[in-house]
Each structure stands twice: as C-alpha cells, then as structure tokens.
Design a protein around this ligand. Structure first.
Ligand code: MN
Length: 289
C-alpha cells in the first residue's frame, strides 16, 4: 500500500514525523508537505505561481519526502501527478490542534483529505486536541490501525474521515466513536495594534464557544475522552431548503419578470436588446464576423 502523508503544519512539524513513522509499519510512505506552517489556510490551490517539489532529508529514513511551496491541497495534486504514482491512501496530520465542527471548513489538514476524496482516493485527516505539549503517539498508533482497515474495507460512501484524538496517554483514551460534526462558534475578535511606524495592524483572536457539543457530536466524544471519527462528504447542498426555495424563485426566471427587473434598473428601455451582454460571447461573435 502506497500512503501519501501530508499536513498543514509544515514539513518540520513533529506530528508529521510521528504519523509517517507509524504508517511506515503498514505501507510504503511518501511525504509531501508544505515547507512552512499553513494552518487555517483552507482548501486553496496555487494557480498563479510556480510550484516547487524539493526532495528533503526526513526524520523517518524509510519514507521518501518532499517539501513544497504549495498548499496542503496542492500537496495531494503534487503527490499524485508530480510523483507520477497514485497513492492508495492519503493521510493528513497529525495536526497540532483540534479540527471539530465548522473548523473542518478552515483546516488545511482536513482540506488535504478532502482533495484526496475529490480525486477518488481513500483518505483521513487526524488531529490531536492540543496546540502545545502534544502527545502524538496514541493518534499515530490509531492512524496505522485505521490505514490497515481502510486497505481491506473501502469507505461506504464517497468522502473521507475526520479523526480527532484526545491529548492524553493511550491508557486514558476511553474508546472510539463515530460522530457527526458539532458546532463550535467562535466569538470573533479583532485586536488592533499599532506598529513602530504608527500604522494600525490587526490580529484575529477569539474563543471557541461550543454551540452544539451534544450527544453524537465530535465535540461531545472528545469531551468524553473518546477518539472521534466523523465521515465527511463535500456535498454542502442544503437539501431541506430545496422545496421552499423552488417556490420562492419559481417566478423569477420567467422572461417577463427578468425584463421588468431590467426595465426598473433602466437597462432595457432604449437599449439594444440584440447586443450580446457577455464579453466572451461578443468576442466569439466578432471572430465569427
Ligand atoms: Mn495545523
């Protein structure tokens, strides 16, 4: 089994080393990680600058390793296409810090696993619930066992797993639970400071306020000392709103309704309705002329 390992904390992060070392016991490990910290960078990909993929000497001797100037999602694309060998599994982590509730939308770690899932590769993201004094060993051991499981048993639906592990010795972990995402609303705060040249600058801060930490949530499982495993898919469609919304927008697309709206904005009256409104269409038409 070829396992592509990445993270968002950067190639030098201790969690990445612990993960690669543990996964090397169950498969052939290739590490492709950002050259520096990219936490909370989300699912960005790099389109406007050259990407580098530099071989590096890594703490796990049996792992082939590369650092890149790209994002965590770039690491998946580089790991598949740049190295010209598709992995059988992608594992992202071990992140220093929880990825619970809506944090999955900001996390580079989770986005890397999602990028793998988009490309049809089984994947999971794994995080420990501490930024400092991280105990990576239990998470690393769990990652190896989960990787082995996923080799034999495919995920039931397209998607990936988001794993969070309590930051404590293995003996204190109470078990494993499959969970749904909770809600971890942040009370956003912006701290304004002044630099030595008299210009204002800002730091984001703010505390997490657990809005849904109830039964069945990832947040609740962690609070109970359990490893939380959340199956995630990237279909963000709000299915429950579809019928009501259809009723609301039904009349909006009718030709007369659109014309009335444009007329109200002064867009149609006196204007040439035959003029193409899309610049690409206009260009194509000119070329056809
Ligand atoms: Mn991180």
């Amino acid at each position: 089994m070829r396992i592509l390992v990445t993270n968002d904390d950067g190639i030098n992060a201790p969690g990445l080393v612990a993960l690669a070392r543990s996964l090397a016991t169950v498969g052939e490990v290739v590490v492709v990680a950002p050259e520096r910290q990219q936490s909370a960078g989300g699912h960005a990909i790099t389109l406007h600058k050259p990407l580098r993929l530099e071989p590096v000497i890594f703490a796990v001797a049996e792992a082939e390793a590369y650092a890149t100037n790209g994002t965590p999602a770039d690491c998946i694309i580089l790991g598949c296409l740049g190295l010209e060998q598709r992995p059988d599994l992608v594992v992202a982590g071990i992140n220093a810090g929880a990825n619970l509730g809506e944090e999955v939308l900001y996390s580079g770690t989770v986005s890397a696993a999602m990028e793998a899932a988009i490309n049809g590769i089984p994947a999971f993201a794994i995080s420990v619930i501490a930024y400092q004094g991280c105990i990576f060993q239990p998470a690393a051991a769990f990652a190896a066992r989960l990787a082995q499981q996923l080799q034999d048993m495919r995920l039931p639906q397209a998607g990936f797993l988001n794993v969070n592990v309590p930051n404590c010795p293995a003996a204190e972990i109470a078990g494993v639970k499959v969970t749904r995402l909770g809600r971890r609303s942040y009370l956003n705060q912006l701290e304004k400071r002044v630099d030595p040249r008299g210009r204002a600058y800002y730091w984001f801060s703010g505390e997490a306020e657990e809005a849904d930490a109830g039964e069945g949530t990832d947040i609740g499982a962690i609070a109970a000392g359990l490893i939380s495993v959340t199956p995630i898919h990237f279909d963000l469609t709000s299915y429950g709103s579809m019928d009501a919304l259809q009723g609301m927008v039904a009349g909006l697309a009718a030709g007369s309704a659109v014309k009335d709206m444009l007329k109200a904005q002064g867009g149609v009256e006196g204007g040439d309705e035959s003029e193409p409104c899309h610049p690409v269409t206009a260009k194509a038409q000119r070329r056809a002329d």
